[in-house]
Write a protein that binds this ligand. Structure first.
Ligand code: BES
Ligand code: MN
Ligand code: MN
Length: 462
């Protein structure tokens, strides 16, 4: 690869400025108040892909936010890489916890990013990581080094469950045909410990509603005599884990893939400091399923967590009241072979069955998806590994992640394609949290590494 570092050095400021412009648009897909901004962002992505050298770029309308689709074909006999990413972002809330406004990007140094990091919602997840691919394409096209065909599919609904992407993929199999899917929407272990994500967890997300009496009641006149929906809900939730932190839903573990001792020993070789982990989160101890390490708990094991819980009086002061209703949002992270719709059904049946007398329970599924494991004995994985080795000077470690990108399993089903997850974010980049950021070094390293993937993949495919 000629001059990739030179090209990046020469264009560094512009690469940063362009990303900063993109981060200024608040493309929050969850909140309809931002709908025009989400649409404006799709237009900005289209322009960026055109400028980078795509032959054609279209805005594909869906029942929700549009999908930006671009391609550059140099020779139909050469392999095709399909890049997927998302231009929508999480809501910035709680805004008051940001040190600078979420949509006014600033570059500041941090302990893990001495070269500076861009602070803004979406900096790492996923605008910054998606844009590395746009700039890598620009480099390859402008210097005449694009070795294969490329397609881009950038969606605007990832953070709300990609509901319309599945339909788009199923209806456009031919258009999206490819030899490998490439995604940068995950992380790596550390800047001096490169890793490639080889697993994503599945997800089942549900909302529960517990109803007691037909109206809010005086807690003195009725307390102790009728079921209190909040008491009932918290008891029910507490019963979902046993004393070893195993999940108690019957059948929940039936299809869980058990890894061999060899595989677990291999995984345990990845550098990890429990002390640093606890310190970074200001916790005195970790907690989780008995018999598994922290890294296993958040990658190869399924989990159940309450994401939000509410009901009754939460305003200032005190109000003596027994609420009529109580609610919670619950997510279950799943591992390979667990089917998210089956798990959703198991949850629903079990949760309804444990309701005490005097309340009724409603379980509403939100969204979900299957987990995914990338095989490492493929040309694509070897090409990615060589790319990292070239630019980091070290062989990357394969590592399963705890997060979810449900569309990846769907790609395999609909397009029969494998996915390579080249993530350049760090766990400390605070995605979905206040003060999300993305290292300037990581951004530029991604732009440098991606062209090598194209190069080795095309070469090894021959
Ligand atoms: N990019 C993340 C997923 C991710 C982050 C995977 C880091 C691995 C490492 C993605 O945008 C995301 O937030 N996914 C959601 C699921 C989605 C259905 C809302 C998640 O994992 O909670
Ligand atoms: Mn993402
Ligand atoms: Mn996300």
């Amino acid at each position: 690869m000629q001059n990739v570092q030179d090209y990046i050095q020469k264009n560094k400021q512009r690469f940063l400025d362009e990303l900063i412009q993109l981060l200024r648009i608040p493309s929050v897909s969850a909140d309809s108040a931002f709908s025009q901004d989400v649409i404006d962002t799709s237009e900005a992505v289209k322009t960026a892909l055109e400028n980078a050298g795509c032959d054609t770029v279209e805005i594909c309308e869906t029942d929700g936010y549009p999908i930006v689709y671009g391609e550059k074909t140099i020779d139909p006999n050469l392999p095709t890489v399909l890049v997927y990413g998302h231009y929508d972002v999480q809501p910035p809330d709680p805004v008051e916890l940001w040190n600078s406004p979420p949509f006014e990007p600033v570059i500041k140094e941090t302990e893990t990013h001495p070269e500076g990091a861009i602070f803004a919602r979406g900096a790492c997840d996923d605008k910054g990581q998606m844009y590395m691919h746009v700039k890598a394409l620009e480099f390859m096209v402008k210097t005449g080094q694009l070795p294969c065909n490329v397609k881009f599919m950038i969606e605007g609904e990832e953070e709300v469950g990609s509901n319309n992407l599945g339909v788009f993929v199923a209806n456009n199999r031919e258009k999206l045909a490819n030899d490998i899917i490439l995604i940068s929407d995950t992380g790596m272990i550390a800047n001096d410990v490169p890793s490639i994500t080889t697993g994503l967890r599945g997800l089942s997300y549900v909302e529960v509603e517990v109803t007691g009496p037909n109206r809010d009641l005086h807690s003195g006149l009725y307390g102790g005599a009728v079921a209190n929906p909040i008491n009932a809900l918290t008891k029910m939730i507490a019963s979902l884990h046993d004393e070893n932190n195993h999940i108690t839903i019957p059948g929940f573990y039936d299809k869980v893939e058990e890894l061999s001792q060899e595989e677990r020993a291999e995984m345990a070789k990845a550098p990890f400091s429990l002390k640093a982990y606890q310190k970074a989160l200001d916790i005195a101890s970790v907690d989780g399923e008995k018999g598994y390490s922290t890294n296993e708990r958040n990658s190869i094991r399924p989990t159940l967590d309450v994401n939000g819980i509410w009901g009754g009086y939460t305003g200032e002061g005190a109000k003596t009241v027994i609420a009529s209703k109580a609610y919670a949002k619950i997510s279950m992270r799943l591992v390979p072979h667990q089917d998210w719709q089956e798990i959703t059904q198991l949850f629903k049946t079990h949760f309804e069955s444990i309701a005490p007398k005097g309340v009724t329970v409603k379980v509403t599924p939100h969204h979900g998806g299957q987990g995914y494991v990338t095989p490492i004995d493929t040309i694509a994985y070897q090409a990615a590994s060589k790319a990292y080795e070239t630019t980091f000077g070290k062989k990357p470690i394969p590592q399963r992640s705890g997060g979810s990108i449900p569309i990846v399993a769907l790609f395999e089903k609909e397009l029969n394609s494998k996915t390579i997850l080249m993530g350049f974010g760090l766990d400390s980049d605070a995605i979905h949290s206040p003060n999300e950021h993305f290292g300037v070094w990581n951004y530029l390293k991604g732009i440098e590494t991606i062209p090598y993937f194209y190069h080795y993949f095309t070469e090894m495919k021959r």
